[in-house]
Ligand binder design. Structure first.
Ligand code: GLV
Ligand code: MG
Length: 355
């Protein structure tokens, strides 16, 4: 059940900050995953903060059980030691049923609650998980005098989560977005793949047999096993006014496969993806920043229809109110990116000071 619309924006604990009415849009083309922050890694963080849109402390999967506390405390220290500026400060806590979740939440809010922007909740099964986190965060915000609400991001990686994706997206005003988690989702659904994202050679369609020559080889094409769920996630997020992301691509050496996977989700509406390795940072930057030529076309459409209505022809193509809106999406994204990324600003020919 959803909360009454009358109560939806009420704080869930006395002394907690008011929930936001709108989820702020800041570029988050790559959510860069930090492993355990050792002293050696800590030295690299100031440099990383110059390269990424979001830096995320990972406490969950991929962190060995005997290093869970080190991952948590190392990240907390890194948040204290660095000024994140415009870079998003995110964290992936352990799952709600794990022995670490509660202390993850207590320590984060106690030590760096005013610096954390978004907490990513893994293995969300339904809106009930978000309701629990929502109330808990309100209590912890009140206790620790946190001034701006900490937002929540769900990983879509269980069959239950996909079945209830619309309810999850609408479960709380804290919901910032969702990431698609193909590894846990495959396990949860008993899909027969051990890959993390991407296609699979066995998931294909084949042309009909040749009537004259049945032995003739038949052309096959791999299909996208994730299309349905990602498209549903995008719609659920759009409906709720929050942001969809693609998650991990596990084959680090396959940079082409990674770029294809990221790009397919960008085209469907995702705004970013996870980078698990420094090579994926650049891939995400390239894919989730609209191409300069597209931005130029978008600007031309906006200029040709200053009030956003009517119909004009540009280079033989019809433009109307709907294409104006498509162009606006593209242009606004480029402007936001230009404000954060001087190299892309130069490629777009956008001067961030004048837009
Ligand atoms: C991400 O967490 C995944 O399971 O794919
Ligand atoms: Mg997972």
């Amino acid at each position: 059940m959803l909360r009454s619309p009358r109560d939806f924006f009420q704080p869930l604990a006395i002394g907690a900050p008011e929930p936001l009415r709108e989820i702020p849009w800041t570029p988050s083309r790559m959510i860069h995953f930090l492993p355990v922050v050792t002293p050696k890694l800590a030295e690299k963080i100031p440099d990383m903060l110059k390269q990424v849109d979001v830096l995320l402390g990972n406490f969950e999967d991929a962190i060995p059980v005997d290093r869970k506390l080190e991952a948590r405390e190392g990240f907390i220290q890194a948040v204290k030691d660095n000024d994140f500026g415009d870079v998003g400060c995110w964290v992936r806590v352990n799952a709600l049923d794990s022995p670490w979740f509660l202390d993850d939440m207590l320590r984060l809010t106690e030590e760096v609650g005013n610096k954390i922007d978004v907490i990513m909740i893994p293995k969300v099964l339904g809106p009930q998980d978000i309701h629990y986190v929502d109330r808990l965060l309100a209590q912890l915000e009140a206790r620790n005098k946190i001034e701006k609400p900490i937002l929540v991001h769900a990983i879509l990686e269980t069959g239950g989560g996909v079945a209830q994706v619309e309810e999850i997206a609408l479960a709380s005003p804290r919901m910032q977005g969702m990431s698609f988690g193909p590894a846990d989702l495959a396990a949860s659904r008993r899909m027969k793949t051990t890959r993390v994202g991407g296609g699979h050679p066995s998931y294909l369609v084949r042309t009909d047999p040749d009537a004259e020559d049945p032995a003739k080889p038949r052309v096959t094409a791999q299909q996208d096993p994730w299309h349905y769920s990602i498209a549903r996630m995008v719609d659920a997020c759009v409906n709720a006014g929050i942001y969809p992301y693609y998650g991990p691509f596990g084959d680090i050496a396959d940079t082409t496969g990674c770029e294809d996977q990221f790009r397919a989700t960008f085209l469907l509406g995702c705004v970013g993806a996870w980078s698990l390795h420094p090579v994926q940072i650049e891939i995400a930057r390239r894919v989730f920043s609209p191409a300069p030529q597209e931005v130029k076309t978008a600007r031309a459409i906006l200029d040709a229809m200053p009030d956003g209505s009517g119909v004009v022809m540009l280079d033989g193509k019809m433009q109307d109110d709907a294409t104006w809106k498509q162009a606006k999406v593209m242009w606004d994204l480029a402007v936001n990116i230009a404000k954060m990324d001087p190299a892309m600003a130069a490629e777009y020919g956008i001067d961030p000071a004048t837009v």
